[in-house]
Design a protein around this ligand. Structure first.
Ligand code: PMP
Length: 285
C-alpha cells in the first residue's frame, strides 16, 4: 500500500505517497499512542466530515494526546487532499500519533504529536458478495471494560484484538467477527456496529462501552424518521436465535447485510434493504 502515486497530507504539507514515512522509533509503533478516523467522500462531499474531524480530536484528548490542529483545519486539509489527488469518491484515513523524539520510554510527552491523512478509492468493504449477507464468526476476545481502556476513543490499541479476531474469522471462511463485551452482551464487529430486526422493530446494543459509530447514529436517526421503533439496549447472546434480520454499519462498511452469525441464519430482508437504500440516499444528499 506504500508504493502508490498521489499525495498524503502530513503535518500540514502535501508529501509524495512513497515518501510519507516515519522512523522505527516512532512512539506509536511501540506503545499504541495513536488514534485514527475512517470516513468516505461521496460525489465530492465527505459524509459527516466535520464530525469525523471532531472525533479525531476527541479521541486524542481521551488518550492525553492533544491533536495540534483544529477541526476546521482538518476539514480544510481533507478537502485539499481530495482535490490534489483528483478524488470525488474515496475513503479517507486520518491518523494522529506520537512520533519519534527525545524520549523512547512509555512517558514521552516531549515527542511531537503528528497527523497524517491519506485518501484512496475503496469499494465495498466486504467485497462483491455484500448482498449475499456477511458470515460472522464469534470472537474469542471480548470488548474491554471502559474502566480498563478509553473505549470511546477510536484508538489503535483497541484494534489489536480486532485484527486477531478478523484473521481467525477469515481462516474459518467468515468475513468478520462479532464481539461480546466483557459482561457477555453482544457488542460490535471488528470495524462496524451491529443492528438486528425482530417483529418489524430494530434492536442494537447500547453504545456506552464501544465506539458509538457515526454511521450507527445516522442510521438510528434515519430509521426513526422512517417510522421504525429502535431499541438501544443490552442484547444477550441467547437472543441471536430470535432475530430475523441483521446488518452492520460503519463508514467503510456502510450498511452491510449479515446472513449468518455462528450457527444462526438471517435473511437479507426488506428492512435491511430499506435501511441500506436510505443510507445510500443520505450520504449522497
Ligand atoms: N466499531 C468499530 C470497532 C469501528 O472500527 C468502526 C469504524 N470506525 C465502527 C464501530 C463504526 O464507526 P463509524 O460508523 O463511525 O465509522
Amino acid at each position: 500500500f506504500d508504493q502508490r502515486d498521489g499525495k498524503i497530507w502530513m503535518d500540514g504539507e502535501m508529501v509524495d505517497w512513497r515518501d510519507a514515512q516515519v522512523h522505527v522509533l516512532t512512539h506509536a509503533l511501540h506503545y499504541a499512542s495513536s488514534v485514527f478516523e475512517g470516513e468516505r467522500c461521496y460525489g465530492g462531499k465527505i459524509f459527516k466530515g466535520h464530525e469525523h474531524s471532531l472525533r479525531l480530536i476527541e479521541s486524542g484528548r481521551l488518550l492525553d494526546m492533544p491533536v495540534p490542529w483544529s477541526a476546521e483545519e482538518l476539514d480544510a486539509a481533507k478537502a485539499e487532499l481530495l482535490q490534489v489527488n483528483g478524488l470525488t469518491d474515496a475513503y479517507l484515513r486520518a491518523v494522529a500519533f506520537r512520533g519519534a523524539g527525545p524520549d523512547m520510554g512509555v512517558s514521552s510527552a516531549r515527542n511531537p504529536i503528528r497527523v497524517a491523512i491519506a485518501a484512496w478509492a475503496w469499494g465495498s468493504y466486504y467485497g462483491d458478495a455484500k448482498w449475499q449477507g456477511a458470515k460472522l464468526d464469534i470472537s474469542r476476545w471480548k470488548r474491554p471494560d471502559p474502566e480498563t481502556i478509553p473505549a470511546a476513543a477510536k484508538a489503535a490499541g483497541l484494534y489489536m484484538i480486532c485484527t486477531m479476531s478478523k484473521h481467525a474469522a477469515e481462516a474459518k471462511g467468515c468475513s468478520d467477527a462479532l464481539f461480546y463485551d466483557w459482561e457477555g452482551y453482544v457488542a460490535e464487529a471488528t470495524g462496524a456496529n451491529i443492528f438486528f430486526v425482530k417483529d418489524g422493530e430494530i434492536h442494537t446494543p447500547l453504545a456506552d462501552r464501544f465506539l458509538n459509530g457515526i454511521t450507527r447514529q445516522s442510521v438510528i436517526r434515519m430509521a426513526v424518521e422512517m417510522g421504525f421503533n429502535v431499541h438501544e439496549r443490552r442484547i444477550r447472546p441467547d437472543e441471536l436465535a430470535g432475530f430475523s434480520e441483521c446488518w452492520l454499519t460503519g463508514s467503510a462498511a456502510e450498511v452491510t447485510p449479515v446472513g449468518q452469525i455462528g450457527p444462526h441464519d438471517y435473511q437479507v430482508g426488506q428492512i435491511t434493504r430499506q435501511i441500506a437504500e436510505g443510507y445510500d440516499r443520505l450520504v449522497r444528499a
